[in-house]
Design a protein around this ligand. Structure first.
Ligand code: IMP
Length: 211
C-alpha cells in the first residue's frame, strides 16, 4: 500500500495525515490530485455514515485505498443538532456585513440556546468519524469525541468553526484559546486519528476491520 487518497481538498488535513502515515511508507494525496472524482453529497444521518460514504466513493472512483472524515458539534439540549449539519447550520440565515459562515453559525447557535442558561443544559461534544476503505472494499471505522459546554460569549481567536464557544470544562478554556498542539491532544479529531493509526497496519495488511 503506497498511495492513500484522503477525500478532501483541505490542504491542512492532507498534510496532517501525510505526516502521520509517512512512517508506514505511505504517501497521502488529496482530491486535488484526482480532479476526476466529483464531490459526493453528504446524505448520511451520522458522521460515520458520511465518512464511509466519502471514502467508498473515492476508493471506487480511483482504485486507491481512501480515507475520509466527517465531524461536527452535537448539543444535548438540541437533540444532537447541529450534528451532521454543523457546517451548514445557519445557511438559512442572512450574514451580517462581513460576517463569515463560522461566525453566523455561532450567532445562530447562541440564539437557539438563549433560553438555556444553566451550565448543565449547555452540554455538548465535538465528534469526528474517520473511515478508511480499501479497493477490495475492506473498511475500517474509528471515531473520537470531545466533551464540552457551549459558552454564551465567544472567547479566543485560534481554530475555526465553533471553537470560540466550545468550553473544555476541565481546562476552563475554549477550543479557540488552545494552541494547535493542545487542541490535538484533546480533540475529537486527534482521538480519531490516533485510533486510525493504532489499527492502520492491520487494515493495510488486508484484514477487514469493520465497526
Ligand atoms: P468538517 O467535517 O471538517 O467538514 O467539519 C464540519 C463542521 O463541523 C465544521 O464546518 C465546523 O463547523 C464543525 N467542526 C468540526 N470540527 C470542529 C472543530 O474542531 N472546531 C470547531 N468546529 C468544528
Amino acid at each position: 500500500m503506497e498511495t492513500v487518497l484522503l477525500a478532501t481538498r483541505n490542504a491542512g488535513k492532507i498534510r496532517e495525515l501525510g505526516a502521520m502515515l509517512a512512517p508506514y511508507g505511505v504517501k497521502v494525496v488529496g482530491l486535488d490530485a484526482h480532479p476526476d472524482v466529483p464531490e459526493v453529497e453528504e446524505t448520511g444521518a451520522t458522521f460515520a455514515e458520511n465518512a464511509l460514504l466519502k471514502a467508498r466513493h473515492a476508493a471506487a472512483r480511483t482504485g486507491l485505498p481512501s480515507v475520509a472524515d466527517d465531524s461536527g458539534l452535537e448539543v444535548d439540549i438540541l437533540k444532537g443538532a447541529p450534528g451532521v449539519y454543523s457546517a451548514r447550520f445557519s445557511d438559512d440565515w442572512t450574514s451580517l456585513p462581513g460576517e463569515s459562515r463560522d461566525a453566523r453559525n455561532i450567532r445562530k447557535l447562541l440564539h437557539v440556546m438563549e433560553g438555556h442558561r444553566e451550565p448543565e443544559s449547555r452540554a455538548c461534544r465535538f465528534v469526528c468519524a474517520i473511515a478508511a476503505v480499501r479497493p477490495d472494499d475492506g473498511s475500517l471505522e474509528v471515531s473520537g469525541r470531545w466533551e464540552g459546554r457551549v459558552l454564551d460569549v465567544p472567547r479566543g481567536t485560534n481554530g475555526f468553526g465553533y471553537d470560540p464557544v466550545f468550553l473544555d470544562p476541565e481546562l476552563g478554556r475554549t477550543a479557540a484559546e488552545l494552541s494547535q498542539e493542545e487542541k490535538n491532544a484533546r480533540s475529537h479529531r486527534g482521538k480519531a486519528l490516533r485510533g486510525l493509526m493504532s489499527r492502520w497496519e492491520t487494515f493495510a495488511r488486508g484484514s477487514s476491520l469493520g465497526g
